[in-house]
Design a protein around this ligand. Structure first.
Ligand code: ZN
Length: 104
């Protein structure tokens, strides 16, 4: 390492991180396929801070391997969706609970 290499995030780096996510509505297609119902209106409770909000309000990061869903309140990882050619793996371990309205 030289004296010129940054040892912490610059303002530009932090702006890039802030722009790295979209809201949970971006997961509508993935979740509809997996759960066969619209899950963006499902209410989840964050396992990190206890915040309760619809999944559409979460932050979705698509640059990670797979898709990472983070709490908008504390950035706790709520879940991950990883696709392989013949399967999809859903990890919702970061959610304390999830409540979805059943279709009529
Ligand atoms: Zn949280």
């Amino acid at each position: 390492m030289t004296d010129h290499e940054p040892t912490h995030l610059t303002d530009a780096d932090e702006a890039a991180v802030d722009d790295a996510y979209v809201d949970g509505n971006a997961l509508a297609g993935d979740l509809l396929e997996i759960f066969a119902m619209d899950m963006t209106t499902a209410v989840g409770t964050c396992g990190g801070c206890g915040r309760t909000a619809v999944l559409a309000a979460a932050r979705v990061y698509r640059r990670a391997p797979g898709v990472v869903l983070r709490c908008a309140g504390c950035s706790h990882v709520l879940g991950r969706i990883v696709r392989a050619p013949d399967r999809v793996v859903v990890d919702l371990a970061g959610l304390r609970s999830i409540s979805a309205r059943l279709p009529d």
